[in-house]
Design a protein around this ligand. Structure first.
Ligand SMILES: Cc1cc2nc3c(=O)[nH]c(=O)nc-3n(C[C@H](O)[C@H](O)[C@H](O)COP(=O)(O)OP(=O)(O)OC[C@H]3O[C@@H](n4cnc5c(N)ncnc54)[C@H](O)[C@@H]3O)c2cc1C
Length: 497
């Protein structure tokens, strides 16, 4: 048995939610213990090897989840200090004002959040500073990029410059009347910053600590206060209650040995699926039976657009997005975002185009530009995380609101073809590509219709919080991490000292 541990606030998981929460609590002088099942990601040459990262899946855990029919799959998760942010693409946009309100689609409803964009806006400003977000479009800081929500402070840092190939493509899109803008990016390109604008950012760990991940930007400064402790290799299996129904301890294993941790307050920050699984294993906070339900992942498709006449010599490609269709695709209903992703190399293409020889993929990759088409999926009680009879994490998932995605894909194809891309290849995300997962313990005012209150505290158990992407009542159609972090700082202000 490992030595019993205790803290005022015990946080389970050191990803975007957990680390940012720890940072916020440390600012208030609260004693925090972060329990992380994984370890520190090693800094090594393989960090920048597409073969090691994408083919050998070196940093992926040996974890298996199951589809409803029992089919096993390797989920899009990373059990390491910093969680998924150690490999994420650092695109850190805000949700839009409309995302916090109800949106009725032809085939689904995106529900209202229990707080508004205006409520979260001050915290967006704080986390943009914490995560070194670059986004100010030009010399006039007061100009908000097109199709972005209002902001009370300018972006902390100037937007990333587009490389010539990207700039030329954006001109072609602008000539069609579109308004491409710079992607809000969390990389350390501050004056004297550590980012070298290499080609291995999106999907790779950063050897230079120049990516604004949760470990570098939130956890390390939190640990430096001396008020936060981190224990790695600590897997929390269950939360156990005392006779009053409050959480008394977390139990699990520390490097394989039994572990018990006592605390005054517990925050589950294991990510949407693992937080749901933890609460289900524990049999707590589930008087509504809603834990695990309303699982969302975004409707995402990767596009490789090929212009055989223009070799793409870009190194850092992820600098631009097109949000013209976000609020209205021309039919009165929202669409989504079209966002450049990191330059995809031939060996990365091979992980999906398994039958195509590298001799074909190499010239393709040299002439392609890769985008992500992202639209909103709607919460459906049937889409859920549950434990099967053997206690295995199981995902029931059917695409929702997908007609909007098809329309947005058609728009993307159309504008890219007009911009000179004669061939477009698509890779639609499947059940295993759940990196934007959210929902599963949604926040709301009504204790009969939500798991958490508006401050992410369990309606049932007053010393239990869930502070990761699980609280999202709807997914919006922008990358989730900045919103997870902003909400974590918001919750950090109200956890009782
Ligand atoms: C390749 C990739 C690219 C991405 N790109 C972007 C992007 O550009 N922009 C963006 O906004 N988002 C991006 N995302 C998504 C983003 O990383 C996630 O939305 C975000 O990290 C989720 O934060 P979280 O706190 O919910 O969970 P995570 O960051 O996943 O953290 C959960 C942590 O909890 C730990 N944990 C889980 N269960 C337990 C347990 N029982 N006991 C102890 N520890 C536990 C895990 O090991 C992990 O460290 C990307 C993700 C991936 C994989």
């Amino acid at each position: 048995m490992a030595e019993p541990l205790s803290a005022d606030v015990v946080i389970i998981g050191s990803g975007m939610g957990g680390s940012t929460l720890a940072y916020g609590l440390a600012q208030r002088g609260i004693d925090v213990l972060v329990l992380e099942r994984g370890h520190h990601l090693p800094k090594e040459p393989q960090n920048t090897s597409p073969e090691a990262v994408f083919v050998e899946r070196r940093y992926k855990p040996k974890d298996t989840w199951y589809a409803d029919d029992g089919t096993p799959f390797a989920p899009g998760v990373h059990y390491i200090v910093g969680g998924n942010t150690k490999v994420y693409g650092s695109s850190l946009p805000r949700l839009r004002e409309r995302d916090f309100e109800e949106t009725v689609y032809p085939n689904g409803v995106s529900p209202k959040w229990p707080f508004s964009y205006a409520d979260l806006e001050p915290y967006y400003c704080q986390v943009e500073a914490l995560y070194n977000v670059h986004g100010t479009p030009g010399p006039d800081d007061s100009v908000t990029p097109p199709f972005e929500p209002w902001r009370s402070q300018p972006y902390p840092y100037r937007a990333l410059a587009h490389e010539p190939y990207v700039a030329e493509t954006l001109d072609r899109l602008s000539a069609q009347g579109l308004h491409p803008s710079t992607t809000a990016m969390g990389v350390d390109l501050r004056p004297g910053g550590r980012c070298i604008r290499c080609g291995t950012c999106d999907g790779f760990p950063c050897r230079w600590d120049a990516k604004s991940d949760a470990e570098v930007c939130a956890l390390e400064p939190a640990l430096a206060t001396g008020r936060v402790r981190l224990v790695t290799g600590a897997y929390v299996d269950r939360l156990e209650t005392d006779s009053s129904g409050r959480i008394a301890r977390a139990v699990g294993t520390l490097e394989g040995e039994p572990l018990e941790v006592r605390g005054r307050v517990f925050a589950s920050s294991g990510g949407a699926a693992n937080s749901a699984a933890l609460l289900l294993r524990s049999g707590v906070a589930n008087s509504t039976g809603l834990i695990g339900t309303r699982y969302m992942v975004h409707n995402n498709t990767h596009i490789a657009a090929i212009d055989p006449r223009r070799p793409n010599d870009v190194v850092f490609q992820k600098t631009a997005c097109v949000n013209d269709f976000y609020d209205d695709m021309g039919d009165g209903y929202p669409g989504g975002t079209l966002q450049l992703i990191g330059k995809v190399q031939a060996s990365m293409m091979k992980t999906h185009a398994t039958k195509a020889p590298l001799s074909v993929l190499k010239p393709m990759a040299a002439r392609s530009m890769e985008w992500l088409v992202m639209t909103e999926d709607t919460p459906d009680p049937r889409n859920r995380i549950y434990l099967d009879s053997a206690g295995r994490l199981t995902v029931s998932w059917t695409r929702t609101n997908y007609d909007r995605h098809e329309l947005m894909l058609a728009k993307a194809r159309s504008v890219l073809k007009k911009a000179g891309y004669v061939a477009i290849f698509e890779q639609r995300f499947d059940i295993s590509m759940n990196s934007h997962m959210c929902g599963t313990a949604v926040a709301g005012e009504d204790p009969r219709a939500s798991v958490l209150d508006p401050w992410c505290r369990s309606h049932d158990v007053d010393n239990l919080y869930v502070v990761d992407s699980a609280f999202f009542p709807s997914s919006g159609a922008q990358n989730p991490a900045l919103t997870i972090a902003a909400n974590a700082l918001r919750v950090a202000e109200v956890i009782p000292a």
